[in-house]
Design a protein around this ligand. Structure first.
Ligand code: 5GP
Ligand code: MG
Ligand code: MG
Length: 196
């Protein structure tokens, strides 16, 4: 059982080459983003719907919503674009859709990381088709240098971003490599031997 190439006796933290953002740095930034959202949507026509992109956004979403002090709804979508590796296949598909009706609602897509932009542009279009009155994005990390698609927000939608990420494949705080490392409370880069 477990990952075929990782000795199960190794503590998970010893797989990390370098920490990019600590738990404390993340906490401060996430509560900052939550304040911005609380202020921006205070008195909105209806409570915004925060849509987490599973699985990677689950920890960020959970931390974010607990610092938001206005009424909000929460839902999830699942998008398949990454296989068992570190590169997008470029053609995301929605494999699990919303439960909440977002027609005439403000949607805030909550992502772990925006890389090429393919996932977001697919999701923004999907929310627009469903009749969302605005589509914003709140991403924990952004890798602007890797962008292939320049997505357009809908209506009065805004782009919220936690940190700009250098061009490394990162793990932790919800983000995985081969479904592992999501449970790390910080964001880091794996040791090369852990990618084998
Ligand atoms: P995009 O469609 O923008 O290329 O990629 C979006 C998704 O790819 C992200 O939501 C994330 O799940 C995954 N991804 C992109 N870069 C990284 C990374 O550095 N680490 C991890 N773990 N996932 C990434
Ligand atoms: Mg994601
Ligand atoms: Mg992944």
């Amino acid at each position: 059982a477990g990952h075929p190439n990782l000795p199960s006796s190794m503590a998970v933290h010893s797989h990390i080459e370098r920490v990019l953002w600590t738990h404390d740095q993340i906490s401060a930034r996430v509560s900052d983003l939550a304040s911005q959202i609380s202020i921006a949507f205070h008195g909105a026509s209806s409570p915004p719907v925060l849509v987490g992109v599973a699985t990677g956004a689950f920890i960020f979403l959970a931390d974010l919503v607990r610092h938001i002090n206005i009424p909000i709804a929460v839902d999830f979508v699942r998008v398949e674009s990454y296989g068992f590796g570190t590169h997008s296949n470029g053609a995301p598909t929605i494999s699990s859709d919303l439960k909440v009706d977002v027609k005439n609602k403000h949607v805030i897509l909550v992502e772990d990381i925006v890389d090429t932009g393919n996932t977001l542009s697919c999701l923004i279009a999907h929310m627009e088709v469903k009749g969302a009155s605005s589509v914003s994005v709140c991403t924990f990390l952004d890798k602007p240098t890797r962008r292939q698609v320049n997505f357009q927000l809908v209506g009065e939608g805004k782009f919220y971003s936690g940190f700009q990420c250098p061009d490394y494949f990162v793990v932790g705080y919800g983000m995985d490599f081969a479904e592992l490392y999501r449970n790390l409370p910080y964001v880091g880069i794996l040791k090369p031997e852990c990618y084998q």
